[in-house]
Design a protein around this ligand. Structure first.
Ligand code: BGC
Length: 407
């Protein structure tokens, strides 16, 4: 039996926009109205059915749950906070407590209030102050119900998709990416440049810088209202590896620095713990072929071990804030979970101070620019009837949660 430390948190994660439904005042909802991303609509209607969903989580042996609160609901206009929206989340957290589920709240998971994105979002010089003010308000309002808060979910994914690849709001593409390789004719390139579709590298650096400052300032603001809080950042690691070749090893190192450590170095001092989201690996010079998830990502769940060992250097408690597989047929999920849990267990044996594991996701949900087709849930959602159906793999995870280990 591979046992986990006593009191280890077992659960699953969700994010407000992806499951709640009925959120119309965000940059993503606006992008959907413009036909640039799929509509999210009522999603799983988790906003109204959270009790039923938490019943399911409890019945599946979970002892904790990670969720996010929706910034646009709580601060629908600049500087104006909606007390009723916060009361809703207090009720959500009470519902978790009533079921004995430890809550872990992410303050911001990708979607921005429309007023903020329209005024420049994280390109604004005062964005860190705006975010810290919001963080302070939320934590002050929820401090009776929760003390475990993550500030930002995956800042580098947000930056990379929004300002580098240009596939998510605000759809800005790094100018450099279209020079190498040259995919556009000069005229086409200039036309896109004039439309403001390209973003100069320095501007994307400003967003990077502001995201780090936003976390650090939010940390201080949260501590002012709840000193006893556990505040973390949630980092997404793409695991870059190499075969034995020294050049490939060097490339992998540079890439791990570029994707993970460059940002973590800026924020780790203002973290009481660190959340890891792991889905993707890339091994340079690798001859092997991997089975794929429905996202077309390599199936390599054991990479979670390397990621946790990478984060160990920051000397903070860690938790797996997300890891999981899109698998509509549910014929690879059980094995995937066992391997990712095994990797987590090995990291603990080798000295990583891991405190919890949240599978992504409790429910099928809105997978951003890909809409509703990808199925990550332990629980399947029928989007027509909103019926919930527990997938067989959820029971494999249940055994792990209940026995606090792997047989
Ligand atoms: C994000 C989730 C997303 C998941 C699967 C993570 O990067 O935090 O919102 O659904 O990956 O793509």
């Amino acid at each position: 039996m591979k046992k986990f430390p006593p009191g280890f948190f077992w659960g699953a994660a969700t994010a407000s926009y992806q499951v709640e439904g009925g959120i119309e005042n965000t940059d993503w909802a606006q992008a959907a109205r413009e036909g640039r991303v799929p509509e999210c609509g009522r999603a799983c209607d988790h906003y109204n059915r959270y009790e039923e969903d938490f019943d399911l989580a409890k019945s599946l042996g979970h002892t904790a749950h990670r969720l996010s609160v929706e910034w646009a609901r709580i601060e629908p206009e600049e500087g104006k906070f909606d007390e009723a929206a916060l009361e809703h989340y207090r009720n959500v957290l009470r519902a978790l407590q009533a079921r004995g589920l430890h809550p872990c709240v992410t303050l911001w998971h990708f979607t921005l209030p429309l007023w903020f994105s329209e005024k420049g979002g994280f390109e604004r010089r005062d964005a860190p102050e705006i975010f810290a003010r919001y963080a302070r308000y939320v934590v002050d309002g929820l401090k009776e119900e929760c003390h475990h808060f993550s500030t930002i979910n995956e800042p580098i994914v947000f930056l990379s998709n929004g300002w580098n690849r240009g596939t998510w709001p605000p759809f800005k593409r790094l100018a450099l990416l279209d020079l190498f390789p040259i995919t556009n004719s000069g005229r086409e390139y200039m036309a896109r440049y004039r439309k403001g579709l390209f973003v100069p590298f320095l501007r994307s650096l400003r967003v990077f810088h502001n995201l780090a400052r936003a976390h650090n300032q939010a940390y201080d603001a949260i501590k002012e209202v709840l000193l006893a809080s556990d505040v973390s950042i949630v980092t997404h690691i793409i695991l870059f590896r190499a075969n034995g070749n020294p050049i490939n090893t060097l490339i992998a190192r540079i890439m791990n620095w570029w994707w993970t450590h460059r940002f973590m170095k800026r924020v780790y001092k203002k973290c009481d713990s660190i959340g890891l989201n792991y889905y993707i690996q890339k091994k340079f010079g690798d001859a092997a072929t991997y089975a794929k998830t429905d996202m077309d990502w390599d199936i390599y769940p054991e990479g979670i071990y390397d990621c946790l060992m990478m984060l160990r250097r920051y000397g903070k408690p860690l938790f797996v804030s997300e890891a999981g597989i899109a698998d509509a047929k549910d014929d690879r999920r059980a094995e995937y979970i066992r391997r990712q849990v095994e990797g987590t267990w090995r990291a603990i044996q080798d000295g990583a101070d891991v405190r919890g594991h949240y599978y992504w996701s409790l429910l099928d949900n809105y997978e951003w620019a890909l809409g509703f087709e990808k199925r990550f849930g332990l629980v399947e959602i029928d989007y027509t009837t909103l019926e919930r159906k527990i997938r067989p793999s959820a029971f494999v995870y249940k055994d792990i949660c209940e026995s606090n280990g792997l047989t």
